[in-house]
Write a protein that binds this ligand. Structure first.
Ligand SMILES: Cc1ncc(COP(=O)(O)O)c(C=O)c1O
Length: 424
């Protein structure tokens, strides 16, 4: 074990916390449990996000409908304004990002749009994707009379955990319309090189689109510089904007001006929206992919949540995230491997997102036992306990304590008891 000379003791963990420049941020979050290691599913509330929500509720009380134009800032431009700030997190120009809809809806409208723009008719995805991506893409193919059995090309995994770039390349041909991949696989945490995948897509004349749900707020991005065509993501994981928070999308500026597959009045050119023409004129920005009225109460917490990320900066966030996952993996090797736990995430930090997959034959029972002790993790089939040491509010001693609890559970009766309840 050698994380900057730290040893595997509790004192070693505390020493790392003492040197952590982000340690004081934890106090600004309301952590529902003592060890909240599920921020890759739902990030916690921060003082800033709650204050931003309360601010809009107060404006609703005092301004009513005038809030759309007289709110501070006006609600009418909320999606565009927040999009301009989120653009910094994903490496885009201001007009290339908007905050709107949900991730699934954004996959629908962007896959549909780029199928309409493409010469090819196939979409390349992978078998370890989050299911909603496939559901939405199949719907969009069917809506165009394209049988998903022939037009959804699913790259298979060699090891059940990761997808190789060689296999992605092999799946490509000149009839591919879109290569659509996650930045980070939701189960193993494999982080893809978006620049390389974009180049592969473009070599075959296809568009490159990405689902960044598991990386925005945890990993810096450079979407514009990499020439990515489009991307979608949510804000309720590492950005901590609350359950069901309004999602984000990016469309490279060279595609602005087209009519989105799912058009709605909130994506109409804002200058003339209230002329109420029955003809749709798209906004000349990513804003065109908004559909209906922005749900303010699902967007306002993002306003506050972003302040925390902006204050720290994505490079510092990623640096601590890598240090925490390295530390977690090193402790697992030292203390959990002999107890039957296998690290299912890539070992190279450059190939790993913000969470770590720990594999165990009794993952569900283990998850139950951990939660009973106040360690909040989640479990994904068939055998993965996902552990997310999110860098804004988790420290090294939290990680140490989690591994210590896991070792104790694996040595104790509680796992056997859980198993008898049939939750394996
Ligand atoms: C990779 C990925 N895509 C999409 C979604 C779901 O998106 P939505 O916010 O539409 O439910 C998730 C949810 O966890 C996800 O992990």
């Amino acid at each position: 074990m050698d994380i900057d000379g730290a040893d595997a003791t509790a004192a070693g963990a505390r020493a790392l916390d003492d040197e952590d420049p982000l340690a004081s941020l934890q106090a600004r979050f309301d952590l529902p449990d003592e060890w909240y290691l599920d921020g890759n599913s739902l990030g916690p509330a921060s003082d800033e996000s709650v204050a931003a929500l309360e601010h809009v509720i107060e404006e609703w009380r005092t301004l009513g409908i005038r809030g759309w134009t007289e709110g501070n800032p006006p609600w009418f431009w909320y999606g565009e304004r927040l999009g301009g700030r989120v653009a910094d997190l994903v490496g885009a120009n201001g007009g290339e990002v908007v905050v709107g809809n949900s991730t699934t809806v954004n996959i629908h409208t962007l896959i549909g749009t780029f199928l309409d723009l493409a010469d090819g008719t196939k979409v390349v995805v992978n078998e370890l994707d989050f299911p909603t991506d496939h559901y939405a893409i199949r719907s969009q193919l069917r809506a165009r009379g394209l049988d998903p059995a022939d037009h959804l090309v699913v790259v298979e995994s060699d090891d059940g955990r990761t997808i190789s770039e060689d296999d992605i390349r092999e799946a490509m041909d000149s009839n591919v319309a879109i290569l659509f991949f996650p930045s980070v696989l939701y189960r193993s945490g494999q982080l893809f090189d978006l620049e390389t995948l974009t180049k592969i897509a473009h070599e075959y004349g296809a568009f490159a689109g990405f689902d960044l749900a598991h990386s925005v707020g945890a990993v810096p991005h450079d979407l514009h510089a990499f020439d990515v065509d489009f991307a979608v993501w949510c804000h309720y994981k590492y950005v901590n904007a609350g359950p069901g928070a309004v999602a984000g999308l990016y469309v490279n500026e060279r595609h602005h001006g087209v009519t989105p597959a799912l058009a709605g009045w909130w994506g109409h050119d804002k200058e003339t929206q209230f002329e109420m023409s029955l003809e749709y004129t798209p906004a000349q920005s990513a804003g065109a992919w908004q559909i209906g009225t922005i749900p303010l109460f699902a967007a306002a917490p993002l306003d506050g949540a972003l302040s925390v990320l902006e204050e720290v900066g994505m490079d510092a966030i990623r640096e601590k995230s890598v240090a925490l996952t390295e530390y977690l993996i090193a402790l697992c090797d030292e203390r959990l491997a002999q107890r039957g736990v296998r690290v299912g995430s890539p070992r190279a930090p450059a190939k790993r997102g913000g969470h770590v997959a720990l594999e165990h034959g009794r993952a569900y029972a283990l998850g139950d036992a951990l939660r009973e002790r106040g360690y909040i993790v989640d479990v994904r089939p068939p055998n993965v306990v996902r552990v997310c040491p999110s860098p804004l509010y988790i420290g090294f001693h939290d990680v140490w304590s989690f591994v210590d609890a896991m070792a104790d559970i694996l040595d104790s009766e509680s796992l056997e008891n859980s198993e008898k309840r049939g939750v394996t």
